[in-house]
Design a protein around this ligand. Sequence first.
Ligand code: ASP
Length: 324
Amino acid sequence: MIIPRTIAALAALLLTAPCAQAQNFPTKAITMLVPYAAGGPTDTVARVTGQAMGKPLGQTIVVENRPSAGGILAPESVKNAKPDGYTILIHHIGMATTPALYRQLRFNPLTDFEYIGLINDVPMTLIARQNFPAKDFKEFLAHVKANKDKVTYANAGIGAASHLCGMLFMSAIQTDLLTIPYKGTAPAMNDLLGGTVDFMCDQTTNTTNQIKSGKVKVYAVTSKKRVPSLPDIPTLDELGLKGFEVGIWHGLYAPKGTPKPVIDKLSAALQEAVKDDTVKKRFADLGAEPYPADKATPAALAAHVKAEIDKWGPIIKKAGVYAD
Ligand code: ASP
């Protein structure tokens, strides 16, 4: 009789162990994977958010960069990680655009992840190297059209926000330009500052400081309305590209099967982070806006990912662009 009882006790232990682990979560540092290079816009959002989430969780969130063309490696790594909450993913609009851009994508944003919540919205800016020969958007447009075989456009790789913005921009001005892909706009920015590429479209989280210190030229913002931290910069819509709008949003994900109590704790920490005054100020200084806490939830992110896939899929398919 001892044996069955032992087996029963063991079975009970095995059944309750994952539950107890989930209740105690987190007992060690959490790794947040970033799909782009260190020092870039997504990395900045990851570090600000991770630091603030660490406080309510009582553990450190370690940011790890996994840069790749189009940012597709990090989601794949997180999809295959142990679903215990200790490996999570930050990603932006690329989570919704890569399914249309890649025919061989090895993850499905709709089925391979648990959603934690939305973080922020980030506008983009059209910037050029400091000595680019155009003082305003009118001159910029005339110059790129007249020199379309020479002017170079940097982006963070196919499927990145900067690629998407550039693609829409080129289609709006009906001009194809030479594209130079990087694995993040941090290395692209280095080359722009060094004067080896001409222009790019990038998030205010990467460009605001360079614009304010005069290290790059800025021609426009890509949001519908002007950005409060850059009030003098016109929108592309105001400048004549009617209806032009590209905005970036960030969300947090965990591997499919991560226990609900763990997701709830991560989401509660994210809700604290988006309400945090330091986070609000850091984001505002960089032109970004955190979502209200009721959007930093699994349901809000799930709905947003789905809506963005439905929005961008047909636009990308119509443009006929593929990354593979
Ligand atoms: N967010 C990317 C980065 O962090 C750039 C992009 O999406 O364009 O480099």
